[in-house]
Design a protein around this ligand. Structure first.
Ligand SMILES: C[S@@+](CC[C@H](N)C(=O)[O-])C[C@H]1O[C@@H](n2cnc3c(N)ncnc32)[C@H](O)[C@@H]1O
Length: 172
């Protein structure tokens, strides 16, 4: 009960750790649009400021993007998101339970973690961006005035059951 209350308080009061509040720029989804099927419903499962789901919708994908708890809900056919990196282990464990296709943007070193190792026989595939993704920081849902992104780490798109033509795709 206490744990539940803590999570829900985070949702409605926007008290998530600041370092998780980095939003995906639209180009990061446009980069991989050719790998996303148009006939499936996407669940952009981590809300942030809501822009990410809007971008996917604008790109023509049927997208569910709501301010709900990923660990309590299960929507859509394919999960496409940039999750809170501070909860990577919990997210990856929950994805084992859901066992549905996903594309997740996460830092490149995550693949060396023990919780990623639990995916080693499950056919994960990776898309490698051409350039570092510059996320958009938000504070209380707003982009700070004069903010300039300066992300200093690389991310991959980690894919599961997406039937990519190759296990490693290097974007041009
Ligand atoms: C890295 S941000 C990315 C937001 C959005 N998916 C995007 O790509 O722009 C991760 C967001 O996950 C949200 N979050 C944290 N815990 C969550 C949970 N248990 N369920 C759903 N969303 C959560 C927070 O709002 C946080 O801003």
């Amino acid at each position: 009960m206490v744990r539940y209350y803590t999570i829900m308080a985070g949702f409605h009061t926007k008290t998530f750790l600041k370092h998780d509040d980095y939003m995906t720029p639209k180009y990061a989804w446009e980069n991989i649009k050719q790998f996303i099927p148009k006939d499936k419903t996407i669940w952009e499962a981590f809300y942030g400021n809501g822009a990410s789901g809007r971008y996917l919708t604008e790109m023509g994908f049927n997208t569910i993007h709501e301010d709900i708890d990923f660990f309590e809900e299960n929507r859509g056919d394919i999960i496409i998101s940039n999750p809170p990196f501070s909860k990577s282990k919990e997210v990856m464990n929950r994805l084992h339970e859901l066992d549905k296709p996903f594309i997740l943007i996460m830092p490149q070193p995550k693949i060396n973690t023990s919780y990623f190792r639990t995916w080693k026989d499950k056919g994960l595939q990776i898309i490698i961006p051409r350039k570092r993704i510059q996320f958009v920081k938000t504070v209380n849902g707003e982009v700070p005035k004069d903010y300039k992104s300066d992300c200093n780490f690389e991310c991959y798109y980690y894919c599961y059951k997406m039937n990519l033509p190759k296990d490693i795709i290097w974007l041009e």
